[in-house]
Write a protein that binds this ligand. Structure first.
Ligand SMILES: [Zn+2]
Length: 390
């Protein structure tokens, strides 16, 4: 085995000397890393520290799968990218940074991201996958693809102040993510994508732990997190490790699996607008696109109220002229002050909070309420490209 591993040049021996000095790694361990191929799904909050440490560690081939472009509000935590990379694809920005860090690493750019169509082939081309995705469809897709391709998957996720790390190792009979959570949450039940807060340094902790698990796995040292889920509470710094069992009823790896292949329809975005809640007056649709909102706002003054339910700091970033700000949390106390004789158009960042508010207003008997689909972000994208996005 060792004979097939690549030889290291004097420059590499010098670069990796602090690894090589560890008995558990040595020259042979470093050669194993040089031979290894790791795919990082998502070049964002978790993928940034994971990819940086894996590249610095001398993992020979690093794949990056992400279809997004760098936005200014990513920079608070996505440390692969910098201010100059705003607007660039994340894969390109990340590759530039990683190549500058370690020219000995071969970088594969997968700018189409992880899709149901490419997942199996992509995973099969690597020895291990680090899941740094930030949404449920991709997380379930990564889990299922890792199972079918029989590749170890280092899972990481963050919700508010809690972070999780685990190793799902289907080739060694390990449990999978679906053993724990069989199905994604229904649309609308999780904070709207892109609207949940994230503590940047916690991404650093979780992404670094993912890199650590990946390196341990590739070297075959220590005790992997196989069958365990490490949970960190950033506020108390309490760390728990939950033992995971394979679930015999798991829809993927259980005794009678329901999922037998990667079917694209199974990984639809859960942030897509949920079905309208109904109850809107016939002339006031429950959901309207931004173009329709703009048309309605051009109507004579007094007929339409544009109700912005974001937080004051968000309004400082960008606002639509003529809007009235009532943050979601203040709405119950201020609901009686809203006019019932006007068509109320509710606006937030991406359309999630505003949908909640529209439902609340209808439940309080407001006759004409419409949610603006996609929120002010869609407005910025399609109506006012000069508007600042976040
Ligand atoms: Zn399972």
């Amino acid at each position: 085995m060792a004979a097939a591993l690549p030889e290291l040049s004097p420059a590499e021996l010098s670069r990796y000397s602090r690894h090589i000095l560890l008995d558990e790694i040595g020259v042979d361990g470093q050669r194993r890393l040089a031979a290894a191929r790791v795919l990082v799904v998502g070049a964002g909050g978790l993928g940034s520290p994971a990819a940086l440490y894996l590249a610095a560690a001398g993992v020979g081939t690093l794949g990056l799968a992400d279809l997004d472009r760098v936005e200014e509000h990513n920079l608070q935590r996505q440390i692969l990218h910098d201010t100059a990379s705003v607007g660039e694809t994340k894969v390109e920005s990340a590759a530039r940074r990683l190549a500058a860090l370690n020219p000995h690493v071969r970088l594969n750019r997968h700018a189409e991201g992880l899709t149901a169509a490419n997942a199996l082939a992509l995973f099969s081309a690597y020895d291990l996958v680090v899941d740094g995705s930030d949404n449920f469809p991709t997380r379930y897709l990564a889990n299922d693809a890792a199972y079918f391709a029989r590749r170890p998957l280092v899972h990481g996720s963050i919700f508010k102040f809690e972070g999780q790390v685990g190793l799902f190792d289907p080739a060694r009979a390990g449990p999978c993510y679906r053993c724990l959570f069989p199905e994604p949450p229904p649309p609308g039940s999780v904070p709207a994508c892109g609207e949940a807060g994230v503590l940047g340094a916690l991404c650093g902790v979780i992404g670094s732990l993912q890199a650590l698990e990946a390196v341990k796995y590739l070297l075959g040292i220590g005790e992997p997190l196989r069958g365990r889920l490490l949970v960190i509470d950033a506020l108390t710094l309490q760390i728990r490790t939950l033992n995971l069992r394979r679930n015999p009823d798991c829809p993927l790896c259980g005794a009678q699996p329901r999922i037998r292949a990667i079917a694209a329809a199974a990984y639809e975005p859960v942030c897509a607008p949920a079905a309208p809640a109904g109850g809107a007056a016939a002339d006031a649709p429950a959901e309207i696109p931004v173009e329709e909102a703009q048309r309605l706002l051009a109507a004579p003054a007094g007929r339409v109220l544009l109700l912005d339910v974001r937080e004051p700091f968000e309004e400082k970033i960008c606002r639509v002229d003529g809007s009235t700000l009532v943050p979601l949390r203040e709405l119950p106390a201020r609901i009686d002050g809203l006019p019932r004789d006007r068509h109320i158009l509710v606006l937030c960042h991406h359309g999630g909070r505003s949908r909640q508010v529209a439902g609340l207003l209808r439940a309080h008997g407001f006759p004409a309420v419409s949610n603006i689909q996609g929120g002010i972000d869609a407005w910025a994208a399609r109506i006012d490209p000069a508007m600042r996005r976040y």
